[in-house]
Write a protein that binds this ligand. Structure first.
Ligand code: ATP
Ligand code: MG
Length: 271
């Protein structure tokens, strides 16, 4: 299963990705986190790594030579990419968790991020997962990635929405675009919600836009405090709340836990 985590800038995408990844690992899934956001560089720290992987972009010699190099021998030239095919240099791993990074904008005037969108799309398309493997993709903020077709091979989109209306509006656009390319599983998780009353109002706003809400992560001072060190909490309220979100994702996608008879089914719901 490949899940893209999308939303407005600063809504909490990376935080939700890291919380979900930790939770899924705790349930014995093998989790690949794909850092597809070319701007922010702190996801590796949030996931507990002390350095980031070498971006996959380097495999193709950087942005400029992407087109020429995609066809030359490397994991990216294969028709299918398995987790085991990703070389140690281009991944960091711990306890069933693997992080890969598509690429980062490092210098001014180095050009637009379109080649990274192409690489994200091609990598995700070729990525072939076993039934006990989940890929969680931390998307760049906003909707431009839909224009680049990054979601073409994605099963599920999780939209992170915080209370400001602008975040709801971006969420609505993402919902439309994701449904428009035929993605069946498109859900919202409410984040940084300050009270039960606001949760109810935000949920209503989303439901009026026909967006299914599968969870709520309340504003959590622990998350905010940990972010000063670039980290996320490994226990506490948000960790409990994310459990319910993952339960919903797995049950809606009809995925059984990997340790359930050892024969997890990755059959996606088709109605
Ligand atoms: N539930 C929460 N409670 C409190 N603070 C939160 C919560 N979720 C996220 N934050 C804080 O909000 C800020 C933005 O979070 P995060 O970096 O995950 O957002 P993002 O959507 O990935 O941002 P970007 O668009 O820049 O990639 C961080 O300081 C993070 O600690
Ligand atoms: Mg982020």
């Amino acid at each position: 299963m490949k899940i893209a985590v999308c939303g407005k800038g600063g809504s909490g995408k990376s935080t939700i990705v890291a919380l979900l990844a930790n939770e899924a690992c705790g349930r014995d899934y093998k989790v690949l986190v794909v850092d597809s956001d070319e701007s922010n560089s702190g996801l590796f720290r949030m996931l507990g790594f002390d350095h980031p992987p070498v971006p996959l972009m380097e495999l193709v010699g950087g942005k400029k030579s992407l087109k020429q190099k995609m066809s030359q021998p490397s994991v990216l030239a294969e028709s299918h990419i398995l987790l085991g095919d990703i070389s140690p240099q281009h991944r960091v791993t711990r306890d069933g968790l693997m992080l890969v990074s598509i690429g980062k904008i490092l210098q001014s005037l180095e050009g637009c991020a379109c080649p990274m969108g192409v690489l994200s799309r091609e990598f995700l398309k070729k990525l072939t997962l076993e039934t006990d493997e989940l890929a969680i993709v931390d998307m760049e903020a906003g909707v431009e990635h839909f224009g680049r077709g990054v979601e073409t091979s994605i099963d599920s989109v999780l939209i992170v929405v915080e209370p400001p209306l602008e975040s709801v509006n971006v969420g609505q656009k993402i919902h439309e675009l994701a449904k428009g390319i035929g993605i069946k599983n498109v859900w919202a998780v409410m984040n940084k919600v300050p009270s039960g009353e606001i949760a109810t109002r935000l949920k209503t706003e989303l439901q009026e836009r026909h967006i299914e809400v599968i969870g709520c992560i309340y504003f959590d001072a622990d998350i905010f405090r940990s972010s000063l060190e670039g980290r996320i909490p490994v226990d506490g309220v948000a960790v409990r709340e994310i459990k319910e979100v993952l339960d919903c994702i797995l049950s809606r996608a009809c995925l059984r836990p990997p340790d359930d008879t050892g024969l997890a089914s990755s059959t996606l719901h088709s109605d």
